[in-house]
Design a protein around this ligand. Sequence first.
Ligand SMILES: *[C@@H]1O[C@H](CO)[C@@H](O)[C@H](O)[C@H]1NC(C)=O
Ligand SMILES: *[C@@H]1O[C@H](CO)[C@@H](O)[C@H](O)[C@H]1NC(C)=O
Ligand SMILES: *[C@@H]1O[C@H](CO)[C@@H](O)[C@H](O)[C@H]1NC(C)=O
Length: 402
Amino acid sequence: MHENSRNHTVQSDQTSGCDHGTLLAARTYQTSSFGRMRLIKVATVALAGASCYVGILLIYTVLTHTNGSSLQPRSQQDTNHVIRHVEGFAQAGSENAPMNGSDIIRNDRNRKSTYDDARAHAQKEENVTFSIKPALIDIDQAKLTTDALYRQLVVVTAFSQNHYKEALGMIGSAQQTMPNTRIVVYDLGIQESYKDKVRALCNVELRPFQFNKYPAFVKKVLTFSWKIIIIKEAVNEFGVVFWADASVRFRQPLKALLPFAQDHHGYLSRIHSYKADTKSPIKHNFYYTHELMYKWLGVDKEKYAKSSYAPHVAANRQLVINSSTVQQNFLRPLYACAMDKNCIVPPGSKHGRHRYDASALMLVIHKYFPGEFSRENDHLKDLDEVIYMHRKSNDWETARNC
Ligand SMILES: *[C@@H]1O[C@H](CO)[C@@H](O)[C@H](O)[C@H]1NC(C)=O
Ligand SMILES: *[C@@H]1O[C@H](CO)[C@@H](O)[C@H](O)[C@H]1NC(C)=O
Ligand SMILES: *[C@@H]1O[C@H](CO)[C@@H](O)[C@H](O)[C@H]1NC(C)=O
């Protein structure tokens, strides 16, 4: 993600001081010695955080060979819940490459979080004697404090002109409840004369969605491919992302939800129901998902219909924290689907009968997060205390300019 270095630079300004301390500022030193190119990496981690409660410095030393990976698993326990490498996706994009179930996460209800709050991701650098590394997040490797996650959180949305006012209501409620949280707006087609109005909003950054980087069908915004693409790009850039449709409103800061997402490998959304035959209060997306999408993603529709684990996952509000699991089991399958029109918008699919990104999301959580969520642990009530939906634009004037 080379184009993202700008943001990393911004973050590195905050590495000192307890108040706006950053997660980690890793100074990476590298020396080559003993002819074998053995690297000694010493990462000096400045532990920041409001309280500065633990120690100030943690010296983390890793010995690896040049081609070694940067971190060794600390113990078997570390690897217990780290998912196996995904193979099926290399072929994704080719038409006849349905994904199969060899790459699912293990069910890990017994997992206990024993990680330190901060641990450096010492990374290999080419001939660089000193550098401040960006704050990388992989909560499968190292859990983070809620404060640290909250500092990284970015609210991400995207809209075209017809959702301008509705989106302003969302932005207004984000500004009100989370006055220090960045809001990134991807422009899906905002009229020229409105762009400056969006840029003038407090905490808001407007950026174009680069349709040209993606297959032609992505330009048809009703395929919703862009939503998956944006979530992936944003997670890779910011590490902690809340995706908000224009209709989202916040009652409280998202901070309250971060520990729950962390408990689920970094993913949390509202799960309306768990059985495909659910008709009320919200009709299950099972009824709005084209059968070719099941095939593409390698889910047996008959079995899905009867499954006791068929989560109907809301696509309009999603909290995503970066982790190996989120990368492999969430972003990878979704993105592969979003890049192939035979998956996201299969031949014969129609608006009103198929739900594109939401359909893919439903199948991906079913298949790649097996057994991860249940009514006992999905925090439905907590989600509803923080977020509600408002499919109107009568509150657009709550958005503040800076
Ligand atoms: C998954 O697909 C690969 C490649 O088609 C195949 O070799 C493998 O046996 C499949 N695994 C399962 C569990 O179906
Ligand atoms: C490292 O950087 C120095 C200074 O720019 C340069 O002279 C040297 O050739 C570089 N070494 C390698 C291995 O790239
Ligand atoms: C996200 O996690 C992956 C996998 O551990 C890692 O390679 C990547 O650098 C992380 N990205 C961010 C922005 O933290």
